[in-house]
Every structure is written in structure tokens, then in C-alpha cells.
Design a binder for this molecule. Structure first.
Ligand code: SIN
Ligand code: CO
Length: 382
């Protein structure tokens, strides 16, 4: 069940979307009143020792280096060697592992789920920060524990100069236009490319609900790759109307025009054709299950549980059925099945099968969900 927010402090999500989203920063005092951090600093340090968790430490002014970036997994002993001030531990995609952070992610489902990337947690000691920078993505910064002083700066672009010789993207110039001290439950929303700088006041934990936006280069690449796969060797450049020319080595604009016509003709894709590759692309998992494809069980289980890393979304087709995209693959099913898969964490297999016209189709659909490691049998049953 989704527990999405309908209000952000005093304003409705509708007002937020029309006036702030992708436009300007918003400070929301007590957006989540009484919020208590689900993770302590020690638990975060413990998670940073784990192989499957993407972790980084940013150190400022340490051992004569202005900024340093360390990549995890870390050794426990490292924490005894770190200074008392000016460092930050960042842990990525914790919504996959911490149920309370999965719930936090769901609060933002007033936006399309496919735009949400992950929930990152950062723990900083006094003075710790990742420096003045901008991101390419929207972010909601929730103060989880302690206090952080956020400064909001100028809007940046490709020409905004970065500090040379550091492994981090740090702005050379930062003009503070606004500043706020955030306390637990407060949220700061920042649109892409707005400079910001958050400095811990004593120990603090911040949760970042980060968004993603595919680059236009990636969209064009994926679209043409998918188009290219649909052609046969027989579809080729043709020039039945060719005329004699003065210079055989000259590429004439009429040659180019024939190529241009092919490209323009091929770009006339329907929304359904675009949805095919776009849905598959969006449902690819970043933190893939190393086990790969799973063997479907011999006997159909009563119910199945969704794996936490499963990414799914669906597209409603004109014929009233749905194209469901799961972990980079595409399955055809009734719309209600697609909705259930996307919104429920547990599936009753017979309820799913019943919604298909033929039982065999339902059965094969369930088997595909299992082999894609999107769902698994609850082993506690046995
Ligand atoms: C942090 O939480 O320390 C950094 C988050 C950000 O600035 O994007
Ligand atoms: Co940032």
C-alpha cells in the first residue's frame, strides 16, 4: 500500500508540483513531524562494511589534502583512524535494505515512481560536508538526526567552474543566497543545478530522496538501438530516381535527402513502440541480483514475495491490456495484474492466474516473474 504524502508542510502536493518542482527550492519545516531516524551512526558505520552496499567517505582538509574521497566497503578499524571533525559517510540505495526507508521512498509517490532513484543516507561529524556543489537531479533532503546548516546558492550550468584536482565535483565559487538550519523532520527540496552546501552542526544524519532523469543522449541511443534491431537486411538505402552527376565523388544533397527521409520516417514511432524500450530501460535494476535467473519451482507456491530490488512499471495499451516491465524485461498481462505487481509486495498466485484468459498464460507469467528474480517463494512456509 502506498502512503504517499498529500501535503508538504502547509502546502498541498498539487501546489508544490505547480510552483516548486523542477523550478525553485522549498524549505518544508516539520514535513514529517516526529520523524525518528531508523539508523544510528553506528548502524550506518556497520552497513559501510558490507560488500553489497555502495558506500563512500568524504574527508575535508585531512593529511594536507583539501578533499578526499574513499570508496567502501570499509574496514571497521578505519573509524578509529578518522578525525573528530569534517568527514561524511554516504550510503546509497538504502531503501532496498531498510524497511523504514522503503516507506520513506513511498511517501514521494505523488511523483512517478520511475523518476525516483534511491534513498541515500549521509552521516556527518561536526563540520562534515561534501562541499558546495550542484546535482543534475531533484532531491528532497530530510534531516533525520541532529542538525545541518544548509546554504542554497546560485543556479549552475556547464560553465560553472569546478575545483581542480579533487575527486569530487566541488564548485569554485559559491554565492550563498539563503541559509537554514534543519532539524529532524524538516525537508529541503532542491531542483536540479541549484548550488547547495550542507554542513553538519555536531553529529547528524540526512536522508536524500534522489530522483533520476535519463539524459537525452541516452534516450536517442536507446531509441535508435531498439529501431535498428527491428530491421531486416533487406531494408536498405535505395535510389531508383538517381540522375547523372558531374563529379562521381561528390555527395549531393539529394543523396542526403534520401537518408534524411529514412530517418524521419523511422522516427514516427507510436507511444506503444516508444514505451517498449523506455519501459525496459527504466525497469533495469542498478543493483542487480547476482544470482541471475532463478529456477521456477516444480510446484506452484501459494504466494510469492517481491524482492526488494525489483523495479517495475507498466504501460496501458490501446487494446486494454498492459505491458509490464520488470527488471529490464517485458511481460504482457491484464492491467489489474500489472497494477497489483507494481503496488503489492505479496502475490497470491491463484488470484493472479484467475485474471488471465487461459490458466497456462497465467502460470507462465508467474514462472517468468520467478525466473527474473522479481518474486520468490517465502521459505518460512516450509
Ligand atoms: C549530504 O547529505 O551530505 C549531501 C547530500 C547532497 O548535497 O546532495
Ligand atoms: Co547535493
Amino acid at each position: 500500500m502506498s502512503h504517499k504524502l498529500s501535503q508538504l508542510g502547509d502546502i498541498s502536493v498539487e501546489q508544490f508540483l505547480s510552483e516548486y518542482w523542477q523550478q525553485k527550492p522549498l524549505l518544508i519545516r516539520q514535513a514529517l513531524p516526529g520523524f525518528e531516524t531508523p539508523l544510528s551512526p553506528d548502524e550506518m558505520a556497520g552497513l559501510s562494511l558490507e560488500e553489497e552496499i555502495e558506500s563512500r567517505i568524504v574527508l575535508e582538509s585531512h593529511q594536507d589534502k583539501p578533499w578526499q574521497l574513499l570508496k567502501g566497503p570499509f574496514e571497521e578499524t578505519l573509524y578509529q583512524e578518522l578525525p573528530d571533525r569534517n568527514w561524511t559517510l554516504l550510503l546509497q540505495a538504502l531503501d532496498l535494505y531498510i524497511p523504514e526507508l522503503k516507506d520513506l521512498r513511498e511517501k514521494f509517490q505523488f511523483l512517478p515512481d520511475w523518476r525516483l532513484d534511491d534513498v541515500m543516507a549521509s552521516f556527518a561529524v561536526d563540520g562534515g560536508s561534501v562541499g558546495p556543489h550542484y546535482d543534475h537531479y531533484d532531491v528532497f533532503l530530510l534531516q533525520g538526526y541532529g542538525k545541518r546548516h544548509w546554504q542554497i546558492g546560485q543556479s549552475c550550468n556547464e560553465d560553472s567552474a569546478q575545483l581542480a584536482g579533487t575527486p569530487l565535483n566541488i564548485l569554485q565559487e559559491f554565492q550563498c543566497l539563503e541559509s537554514h538550519v534543519l532539524e529532524p523532520g524538516d525537508i529541503l527540496y532542491l531542483p536540479p543545478k541549484v548550488a547547495h552546501w550542507g554542513i553538519a552542526q555536531g553529529d547528524c544524519i540526512t536522508y536524500s530522496v534522489g530522483f533520476r532523469a535519463p539524459s537525452q543522449a541516452q534516450l536517442v541511443e536507446e531509441h535508435f538501438q531498439s529501431l535498428a534491431e527491428s530491421f531486416s537486411e533487406f531494408q536498405r538505402y535505395q535510389d531508383p530516381s538517381i540522375k547523372t552527376r558531374a563529379h562521381s565523388h561528390e555527395l549531393l544533397s539529394e543523396d542526403i535527402k534520401r537518408v534524411q527521409d529514412i530517418l524521419l520516417e523511422r522516427l514516427k514511432s507510436s507511444p506503444e513502440e516508444i514505451a517498449q524500450w523506455f519501459g525496459r530501460m527504466l525497469s533495469e535494476t542498478k543493483y542487480c541480483n547476482e544470482a541471475g535467473l532463478a529456477e521456477p519451482p516444480c510446484e506452484l507456491p501459494e504466494y510469492l514475495i517481491k524482492a526488494s530490488e525489483t523495479r517495475c512499471l507498466f504501460f496501458r495499451k490501446q487494446d486494454g491490456s498492459a505491458e509490464l516491465f520488470v527488471n529490464g524485461e517485458q511481460l504482457h498481462c491484464p492491467v489489474q495484474v500489472a497494477i497489483d505487481i507494481c503496488e503489492q509486495d505479496t502475490l497470491v498466485c491463484q488470484d493472479v492466474i484467475r485474471q488471465f484468459e487461459k490458466d497456462e498464460a497465467g502460470l507462465s507469467f508467474i514462472q517468468q516473474l520467478i525466473s527474473l528474480t522479481a518474486y520468490f517463494e517465502d521459505q518460512d512456509d516450509y
